[in-house]
Design a protein around this ligand. Structure first.
Ligand SMILES: *Cc1c(COP(=O)(O)O)cnc(C)c1O
Length: 412
């Protein structure tokens, strides 16, 4: 008899964006003439930059010749891309890594979800709250999170990041956490962590022999020069941290698929007997078994963002989105809302007024201004009482949405 992995049955049935789509559809059925603008889903909208498009065309042409054809590539990715990453993303920040510490993948979601496979099932995990749902759900699938009660998993340490603590998560007290997920700049709050605060987490991990899984998918949006882009800017981090990066938000690769993970050779985890197992070798073994690499075309596309033209073009698109973020902050503030983030990340996190819940506000905004936001509670219990707006729309759509919100807020 084939038995199901019962942990999958513990997953919460509804995916946040499916719930949102359902509610938006219901609205559309009742108001077929209304023009709904979404500042909800975290997907990019602007086209790939010319340097990337050119590199992809060239790669396709190569593949069309007997000499240039490529089959399976190296599991860890092509050297040309890994070299470009080390040279451009890390060396300028004083971080020295070697080629075999870089693992090219098909996007950060897979690796942030898969990496937990290397860890014993009863590790105690901690997440800042609210957070990208992949971290918890991938741990639920292996039975690591306990049971779901009142919006929380019993075996997960939630570390609130809210306006009350200035979006600076506190170190866990009591039972030490074994595996810590950090995401900075943060999705959904759009807030960042200073070097000083990040150092506290690295020191905690070193002291408690914990592992930090650091998601830096939005590092390209950091504008403040004091904010770290990589956890390896902190001394000691290469002994306790794995870092995930993605070209999705950096260069509009959500449909192209390419990212990478850094697993330093010094990071290790223990056996019950106290032996240290380096995660780099374990992850390589895992990838060689379960992953056959990212397409050559995607990797050439990613390489192109590091050329002088590529850098400039990618930055122009990021600036474009960050103009939206700035407009959102200005207009929402002027309309009397309490807003956070949006300065070093493409997300604006807004407190819902007068104690309305995330979902109540979501519906009020949908029906009142025909604008879609994302209810904060969908990202965790501390997201209740907030909503997220994304800066990934066009200027025109964002401006129109903001006009409507300002009008609607003025009338209430
Ligand atoms: C968008 C996003 C990613 C990137 O996912 P890809 O699989 O690379 O497209 C990773 N982490 C967070 C927090 C994200 O929001």
């Amino acid at each position: 008899m084939a038995l199901v992995n019962i942990h999958f049955l513990n997953l919460q049935a509804n995916y946040l964006f499916a719930d949102i789509a359902k509610k938006v559809n219901a609205f559309r059925v009742m108001h077929p003439k209304a023009d709904v603008i979404s500042l909800g889903i975290g997907d990019v909208t602007q086209p790939l930059c010319p340097a990337v498009v050119e590199a992809m065309h060239k790669a396709v042409d190569e593949m069309a010749t007997a000499d240039g054809f490529r089959g399976y590539g190296p599991e860890q990715g092509y050297d040309f891309l890994r070299e470009a990453i080390l040279k451009n993303d890390f060396a300028p920040r004083g971080v020295r890594l070697s080629l075999d510490e870089v693992f090219i993948n098909d996007g950060a979601k897979s690796d942030t979800g898969n990496f937990q496979e290397l860890l014993h099932w009863d590790n105690f995990i901690g997440v800042t709250d609210p957070i990208y749902p992949v971290y918890i759900d991938s741990n639920v699938m292996i039975g690591r999170c306990g049971t779901y009660r009142d919006g929380r998993w019993t075996n997960v340490r939630y570390m609130p990041t809210t306006a009350e603590n200035g979006f600076v998560p506190e170190l866990p007290k009591g039972r030490p956490v074994d595996v810590i997920y950090l995401c900075f700049p943060n999705n959904p709050t759009g807030t960042v962590i200073t070097k000083q605060e990040l150092r506290k987490w690295v020191n905690y991990a070193l002291k408690n022999d914990a592992l930090i899984l650091f998601d830096a998918a939005y590092q390209a949006y950091i504008r403040d020069p004091e904010i770290p882009h990589s956890i390896y800017e902190i001394r000691g981090a290469r002994k306790c941290a794995v870092e995930f990066r993605s070209f999705s938000k950096t260069a509009g690769f959500t449909g192209v698929r390419c990212g990478y993970t850094i697993v330093p050779k010094e990071v290790s985890v223990a056996t019950f007997e106290g032996e240290r197992i380096p995660l780099n070798q374990l992850w390589l073994r895992r990838q060689c078994t379960k992953f056959n690499g990212t397409s050559y075309i995607s990797q050439r596309a990613a390489e192109a963002i590091y050329s002088p033209e590529g850098k400039q073009q990618v930055q122009a698109t990021i600036d474009y989105y960050m103009e939206n973020a700035a407009r959102m902050l200005t207009v929402l503030k002027a309309s009397g809302f309490e807003v956070y983030g949006g300065e070093n990340a493409p997300y604006v996190w807004m407190r819902t007024p007068d104690g309305t819940t995330s979902w109540q506000f979501f519906e009020a905004l949908l029906y009142g201004a025909n604008v879609v936001c994302t209810p904060g509670v969908g990202f965790g219990p501390s997201g209740e009482g907030y909503v997220r707006f994304t800066a990934f729309g066009s200027h025109e759509q964002t401006e129109e949405a903001l006009n409507r919100i300002a009008q609607w807020a003025g009338k209430k």
